[in-house]
Design a protein around this ligand. Structure first.
Ligand code: DAH
Length: 352
């Protein structure tokens, strides 16, 4: 290769080496092998040379051209490699980072309470039953000695569904779990009908019915959806004393304190007579000294026993309805009921 060609090739190599991007490289290339590039111009100049000179000069230019194209190819590859390396680095995955993982979930505080209630009552021989949240008027009210137009109906501000029941009265979102008393008793009576007809005694009804309940109510201590747990103990020889023992036992186990006083305060419910509100009082801790209402209760009204399909002269017992939400607030020291239903993970994870 002649000196001029040699210097052109070296110039090209330098220009290519300086090109920092593929675009710069293509610009540099255009100056050598492009339409008006130095090599292209030399090729055009061949035309004016004598034939034998044309041959050697042409071959030499070709060698230079190939050298330039070789250098270009190398540089292209180098730039592509660098770009790939940069990309890989930018998208690097640091496998030594600790994973984000998934935290184990936990039960909702009210679910924890319901579980606890079920466990304690099950240990005292109570069955646990579930029932519909959309109820008929008869089950929610009438069967519980609370007929249409009775003033006691206004004790619960009830949600109604836009569908009439068989009696022509709209279905309701049950405002309490009490309808389960009658539903469960019917099931129980049916289940033991054959044995009773054969002269055997009917086993006692001993059941709790936890579940969701609904009322038109909303503030720091009331939510339109809340929980209740109904209790029913009915037999030939069940007395108010049994209610006192069972409920006192339950409260002391639930709150893990023998230092807990109970008070049965006279009250009214259409489905019990006599009726009582059950208050508890802690003897120590932040709530000590105050009477706190936790349940309604009473001896099941004869009219309700009759609606269960049983003879009120023969069967007697008691019922109670408590608020698991309230019990949860007392147990964990929560002062706003709404926290339970907002789904704020910062609140909920404290109970995990
Ligand atoms: N159902 C009542 C309410 O929602 C609570 C209640 C009171 C239930 C007395 C009972 C009972 O079983 O005997 O306020």
């Amino acid at each position: 290769m002649t000196e001029d060609l040699q210097s052109i090739v070296e110039g090209a190599r330098r220009a290519f080496a300086q090109a920092a991007t593929p675009a710069e490289l293509e610009n540099a290339k255009a100056q050598y092998t492009g339409k008006a590039g130095r090599i292209t111009e030399l090729m055009k100049g061949l035309a004016s040379l004598p034939v034998d000179e044309k041959k050697t000069r042409g071959a030499a230019i070709n060698v230079a051209k190939q050298a330039i194209e070789g250098a270009l190819g190398e540089r292209r590859q180098a730039l592509a490699d660098a770009e790939l390396a940069g990309q890989l680095k930018a998208e690097a995955l640091d496998v030594s980072l600790p994973g984000r993982g998934r935290e184990p979930g936990g039960l909702h505080p009210v679910s924890l309470t319901l579980e606890r209630i079920e466990l304690i009552f099950a240990s005292m021989g109570f069955d646990v039953a579930d029932g519909p949240e959309i109820e008929s008027d008869w089950h929610s009210f009438t069967s519980l000695n609370n007929p249409p137009n009775h003033p006691a109906r206004s004790m619960q501000d009830t949600f109604y569904v836009d569908i009439d029941g068989e009696d022509g009265i709209p279905y309701n979102l049950r405002p309490h779990t009490s309808p389960m008393q009658v539903r469960y008793a019917h099931r129980h009576v049916k289940q033991h009908a054959a044995a009773v007809a054969a002269g055997q005694p009917m086993p006692e009804i001993r059941v709790i019915c936890p579940g969701r309940t609904y009322r038109v109510d909303s503030d720091a201590t009331h939510s339109p959806m809340f929980h209740q747990c109904e209790g029913l103990w009915l037999g030939e020889n069940v007395s108010f004393k049994d209610l006192k023992v069972v409920f006192t036992d339950f409260c002391r186990t639930f709150f893990e304190s023998d230092d807990l006083a109970l008070r049965f305060r006279p009250s009214f419910f259409p489905f019990t007579e006599p009726s009582a509100e059950i208050d508890i009082q802690f003897q120590s801790g932040p709530l000590a000294g105050r009477w706190l209402e936790v349940a309604g209760s009473g001896q099941v009204h004869p009219a309700v026993v009759r609606n269960m399909g049983l003879d009120p002269e023969k069967y007697i017992g008691f019922a109670f309805g408590m608020g698991p939400d309230r019990l949860t607030m007392l147990r964990y020291g929560v002062n706003d009921l709404r926290l339970f239903f907002e789904g704020d993970i910062r609140f909920l994870r404290q109970f995990r």
